[in-house]
Design a protein around this ligand. Structure first.
Ligand code: AMP
Length: 236
């Protein structure tokens, strides 16, 4: 039997870091539908172009296309022993499809890991994220700020939000924020969307006895240990 895990959690909960850890520890690939769709950017066929247009408008891709992309990815040789699904399923239709698809292969979802963090912490993790200009090092204004000097700088015409201006202490290199992190409004909207779309799924999986909560505010190592404990008790 394979190992099929679903990661649920708001942006900033550390899904990427933990997916990388699971991948390394258990030898199953991290399958993120957002990454799969983004990777299609270089393709010129009609489906790929349609997907890019939908993503650019901020909407969801249809269930039919998404399920097909997941089916294709899960039938690759490296996913023969299972996968860590991230960003999928996004709704009950996709969840039901996944159940059927796995059942047709004699497989099933082992556990749904709900990575829980306080939403205010999630906000600060995203809004506070800032990188060295060359993108090589990531800091956080609130949590990892020993090597950075920063201040809020008012826009000359008083536009909102004020900009963060700063530099790395040891190199003097400027710091830059991703535009979608720099707007408090956008970060809050992202959190709202997460709550709206994930709650039905949380209930769906709780009803099936598959939901496992993980305290994602602990250190990275402690979160990995908690995930390992969940996996070990839910492997068949
Ligand atoms: P993400 O990186 O997970 O935020 O996904 C980026 C974009 O890819 C989303 O805004 C959607 O347009 C699309 N997408 C990713 N996963 C799904 C999914 N399971 N169902 C539909 N659309 C998706």
């Amino acid at each position: 039997m394979g190992l099929y895990l679903i990661l649920l959690g708001v942006q900033g909960a550390g899904k990427g870091v933990q997916a990388a850890w699971i991948q390394q520890h258990y030898g199953i690939p991290h399958v993120s539908t957002g990454d799969l769709f983004r990777a299609m950017r270089t393709r010129e066929d009609e489906l790929a172009q349609r997907i890019q247009a939908i993503m650019a408008s901020g909407q969801l891709i249809s269930d039919e296309i998404t399920n097909e992309v997941v089916r294709d990815r899960l039938s690759q040789p490296d996913a023969a022993g299972g996968a860590i699904l991230d960003g999928f399923p996004r709704n009950e239709v996709q969840a039901a499809w996944l159940d059927d698809y796995l059942a047709s292969k004699g497989e099933a979802v082992n556990a749904v890991l709900l990575m829980e963090i306080d939403l205010y912490v999630a906000f600060k993790r995203a809004y506070g994220r800032i990188a060295s200009e060359d993108g090589a090092r990531i800091y956080n204004l609130y949590y990892q700020n020993e090597n950075i000097d920063w201040r809020l700088e008012e826009h000359p015409e008083g536009a909102w939000p004020p900009r963060v201006s700063g530099c790395e202490r040891d190199t003097g290199m400027s710091l830059v924020r991703r535009p979608d992190d720099a707007s408090a409004d956008v970060v809050i909207r992202r959190i709202d969307t997460y709550l709206e779309t994930s709650m039905p799924l949380v209930n769906w999986y709780r009803g099936r006895g598959l939901l496992r909560s993980v305290d994602a505010e602990q250190s990275i190592e402690d979160v990995s240990a908690a995930i390992q404990a969940v996996i070990e008790t839910n492997r068949s």
